[in-house]
Design a protein around this ligand. Structure first.
Ligand code: ACO
Length: 379
């Protein structure tokens, strides 16, 4: 660019923006490490509460610690009146917007919302993480003209969410599927929503502000908003024999195939594999529509083949959102609630990053390359 000597890393691609102990994504090997463990060590083997403890405290909890965290979550699950009012006012808004608004009200009942000490951050993290599912379930019911169901204190986190959504205690396989899903998406390196939260926290702003900003970043279809469209795509394709023509038509029209491609993974996203197994287990237990699962497998292999042919060298592989769509719809969630349900898992990771960023206490302030005119004069 004339007049400048800077070089721009477009989309900060390849730029290392933070040091973290929380998670690591190896895009070439298809590996995700969370708090020292490979994803496959954790997913399906530890509960969401245990994974949250791992991120916030640096180690998996003992039995006593887990019991304490579960009780602490249960104690703050219910929504304060002001949050419920906002959720009701957002009845027609997308669930992720209702969650963003509900999240922002959380500072109203914190003793000192501007306290960013480790103890205060941990308290805020527990409150936000405990309440997110309550907001999402309440909004889902209100938008269907039903009354919200109060949370129970005797159920684990995932089972309680399904209870608040449907009004009955969930099948243990369904609760386990949701638990595995939330562990799978709990943290993922320096993704856009995590980075957004860290930028906010780096100004010494508070946990609620940072997490509210993260929700805004997660909402976009290039980040967390893809699973709804994945389901639309599967429904539109309808049967495996129509997949190839459909995918070719979309690509020829310049559109993207949702659930494929990733900025970091150049091989299959390891989370997609974990979630494909979850869907398989649900199908075996007749909680998932087997026809849809088979169609998804067929659309996946066809899309990979056609993407390789039409977009050679881009290494577009299946990402987490593809199987997320199947897991969440089989749990009885509507596509419009998918991204908000994703946030219920990711919130624990966002909070951990805010805690880490506050401890590092260093302002994130990159530069920009000016490409506008110079020397203009006001007449
Ligand atoms: N379908 C078709 N083409 C694609 C896709 C796709 N899903 N993804 C990327 N491409 C193409 C682009 O058109 C571009 O082609 P070109 O070189 O001919 O212009 C090339 O691949 C590179 O695309 P970029 O946008 O530069 O790649 P980037 O790394 O920025 O994109 C992203 C990553 C945004 C996830 C992209 O792959 C995408 O839009 N996928 C579909 C949406 C989706 O699944 N989002 C969920 C992501 S997972 C998550 O965030 C939790």
């Amino acid at each position: 660019m004339p007049g400048t000597s800077t070089s721009v890393a477009r989309g900060l691609d390849g730029v290392v923006a933070a040091r973290t102990r929380l998670s690591h994504v190896d895009g070439d090997r298809g590996e995700l490490i969370i708090g020292g463990y490979e994803l496959k060590q954790l997913a399906g083997r530890v509960s969401f509460e245990e994974a949250a403890h791992l991120l916030w405290r640096g180690a998996l909890p003992t039995r006593d610690e887990l019991g304490r965290l579960r009780r602490e979550f249960a104690a703050v699950r219910a929504l304060p009146e002001q949050t419920l009012e906002v959720v009701r006012a957002a009845v027609a808004a997308p669930p992720i917007d209702a969650l963003r608004m509900g999240c922002a009200t959380s500072s109203l009942d914190l003793a000192d919302p501007d306290d960013i000490s480790p103890t205060a951050d941990l308290e805020a993290a527990k409150r936000l993480t405990a309440r997110f599912p309550t907001v999402v379930a309440a909004h889902a019911r209100i938008s269907e003209g039903k009354e919200p169901i109060a949370p129970r204190t005797d159920l684990p986190h995932a089972a309680n969410f399904l209870y608040m959504l449907h009004g009955t205690e969930p099948d243990p396989i369904a609760a386990r599927a949701l638990d595995t899903y939330w562990v799978t998406v709990i943290d993922h390196g320096m993704n856009a929503s995590t980075f957004a939260g860290r930028v906010i926290a780096s100004t010494r702003s508070d946990m609620v502000s940072a997490v509210t900003g993260s929700i805004g970043a997660l909402k976009g279809p290039l980040h967390g908003g893809a699973p709804g469209p994945v389901l639309d795509m599967l429904r539109e394709i309808g049967s495996a024999d129509r997949a190839e023509a459909w995918v070719r038509h979309e690509l020829a029209a310049g559109r993207r195939i949702m659930g494929f491609g990733h900025r970091v993974y150049k091989v299959r996203d390891p989370r997609a594999e974990v979630l494909a197994q979850v869907v398989d287990a649900m199908a075996a237990a007749r909680l998932e529509d087997r026809t849809l699962f088979h169609l998804a497998r067929a659309v996946e292999s066809t899309s990979l083949k056609v993407l390789d042919e039409v977009k050679p060298g881009r290494n577009l592989r299946t990402n987490v959102e593809f199987y997320t769509a199947l897991v969440l719809q089989s749990l009885g969630l509507k596509p419009r609630s998918f991204v908000a349900t994703f946030a219920c898992g990711r919130v624990a990771g966002w909070c951990a990053h805010v805690i880490e960023q506050h401890a590092q206490d260093h302002l994130i302030r990159p530069q920009s390359e000016y490409v506008g005119p110079r020397g203009l004069k006001v007449n």
